[in-house]
Design a protein around this ligand. Sequence first.
Ligand SMILES: [Fe+2]
Ligand SMILES: [Fe+2]
Length: 172
Amino acid sequence: MVKLWRCVICGDPYVGENPPQNCPFCGAHIQYIKEAKTAEVEFNVELTAKDRANAEHALKVEVSNATFYFCAADETDDAEGKLLFKALGKIEAEHAAIWRKILRLPSVPKGDDKCYKENRKNLEESHAREERAIAFYRKAASESDNMRIRQIFDALVEIESDHLFLSEERLR
Ligand SMILES: [Fe+2]
Ligand SMILES: [Fe+2]
């Protein structure tokens, strides 16, 4: 029997018999997927100056990475590469939407990032971007005393690490 599930990281709902292993929208791992009626999802968070600064940086990182991935999805010279970058672009755009909600902004800003034609170069760029994002999210999690903010940063460390695995597998 199908149920209604909800990701507590991005807040998006999902219909299925079982919770997905990863949120199809933001990539959060299964422990963050709850039955919708009991899922606790909060975007109205009181931010310290430090949390706000980190959330603002996180929004910039996610917009930049989403823009790069959508460019790579269009430009890269490999059919499977296009699909990978499209999937990653959608996930990073969802991450940008999380920070937009936390920062209570009316919309997500636009990015102007470029990408390459060569799939391998895009994979290398992806790898560098994900490594930077992970290091930043780890630091941001350690700097926050807010449970919700830490929960989001911790989940994003796991998600971006999954992305790192995908580029590493292809660069081998
Ligand atoms: Fe999610
Ligand atoms: Fe992300």
